[in-house]
Design a protein around this ligand. Structure first.
Ligand SMILES: NC(=O)c1ccc[n+]([C@@H]2O[C@H](COP(=O)([O-])OP(=O)(O)OC[C@H]3O[C@@H](n4cnc5c(N)ncnc54)[C@H](O)[C@@H]3O)[C@@H](O)[C@H]2O)c1
Ligand SMILES: O=C(O)C[C@H](O)C(=O)O
Length: 330
């Protein structure tokens, strides 16, 4: 029997990530070639017309798996019955805006969207927050959805993971397929920590294969952590196709499972593992089993890594305190 369509809501659908994302979802790359999807696009009223244009193009692709496209400017309607929620639309930082202003402006988006998910989402809803500051926006949405299991709220560090795979493979003259067990820890920000101490390249420990702490400290880590800014500098706009690709990877693996013998990175609510305070939405080494993320346990964290994980987690705690101070979470 044919599978029932899965409802996928994408916010910020008329933005640049939206444009790179929607066609890939509709073609089956998010959930698999046997799963029809219904797209539910959420935009602000001024951008609804642009979303309608994208919907026309989706029609014109005649995707066999696309079971419908609906466009909304109301979050309650957009998240009604949602199975997969991709929260891409966010308020970017503009000139003169302090971090508190940015968190407050995004609280005005992610709080109501969390409430709408709480009110109408399907029981199996999975939420991926892409819009920045992604980890803390996810925390705000989660706080407004008390009836949804907390672990269904995640934030995207898969782009950072993919960036790290490419940088490490390039250094060792390998391909990304040769690299396993790499980890992004912490926040999707410049404090994130890409960790190669447990990574393997062609079965050999990556840190040993690199054998160059200065490269790790002064080149690899800053290149990965500041890649978003480098893309903005080069393109004049933030990463879009690679961000959409990472969102596809994240949800695909969450639903279908990660391959045996490897792991990936995702920002998920901490259960206290690795000294990360419970509840913080932090990036960890994760596998997906039976449709749920699990933190890879038992990794030894050396002093070099500890310092960097702690710094990024501290930033997440500060963001949590800031949104608490603004009354956006309890
Ligand atoms: N986590 C990551 O790795 C990562 C990577 C790249 C970009 N990002 C972030 O993703 C976000 C989107 O990037 P983009 O390049 O697509 O931006 P964009 O400005 O091109 O598009 C954002 C869209 O969101 C819409 N929007 C704003 N408020 C909304 C709301 N309340 N409801 C629904 N839609 C709303 C806007 O109208 C716009 O169309 C940004 O916050 C960006 O910083 C995250
Ligand atoms: O949008 C940004 O600020 C950068 C983005 O998060 C990225 O990592 O490419």
């Amino acid at each position: 029997m044919a599978k029932a369509p899965v409802n996928v809501t994408v916010t910020g659908a008329a933005g640049q990530i939206g444009y790179a994302l929607l066609f890939r979802i509709a073609s089956g790359q998010l959930l698999g070639a046997d799963t029809p999807v219904k797209l539910r696009l959420l935009e602000i009223p001024q951008a609804v017309k642009a979303a309608e244009g994208t919907a026309m193009e989706l029609d014109d692709c005649a995707f066999p798996l696309l079971a419908g496209v609906d466009i909304f400017d109301d979050a309650r309607q957009a998240f009604d019955g949602v199975n997969v929620a991709l929260l891409v639309g966010a308020r970017p930082r503009t000139k003169g805006m302090e971090r508190g202003d940015l968190l407050e402006a995004n609280g005005g988006i992610f709080g109501p969207q969390g409430e709408a998910i709480n009110a109408g989402a399907a029981d199996d809803v999975r939420v991926l927050v892409v819009g920045n500051p992604a980890n803390t926006n996810a925390l705000i949405a989660q706080a407004h959805a008390p009836d949804v299991p907390a672990e269904r709220f995640t934030a995207m560090t898969r782009l950072d993971h993919n960036r790290a795979l490419s940088q490490l493979a390039g250094k060792l003259d390998a391909t990304v397929n040769d690299v396993k067990k790499l980890t992004i820890w912490g926040n999707h920000s410049a404090t994130q920590y890409p960790d190669i101490f447990h990574a393997e390249v062609r079965g050999e420990n990556a840190a040993k294969a690199v054998g160059d702490e200065a490269w790790l400290r002064d080149t690899f880590i800053p290149t990965v952590a500041k890649r978003g800014a480098a893309i903005i500098e080069a393109r004049g706009a933030s990463s879009a196709a690679s961000a959409a690709n990472a969102a596809i990877d994240h949800v695909h693996d969450w639903v279908n499972g990660t391959p045996e013998g490897d792991w990936t990175s995702a920002a998920i609510p901490s259960d206290g593992s690795y000294g990360v305070p419970e509840g913080i939405i932090s990036s960890f080494p994760v596998v997906s089993r039976n449709g749920s993320w699990e933190i890879v346990q038992g990794l030894e964290v050396n002093e070099f890594s500890r310092e960097r994980i702690d710094a990024s987690v501290r930033e997440l705690q500060e963001e949590r305190e800031a949104v608490r101070g603004l009354g956006l979470i309890k």
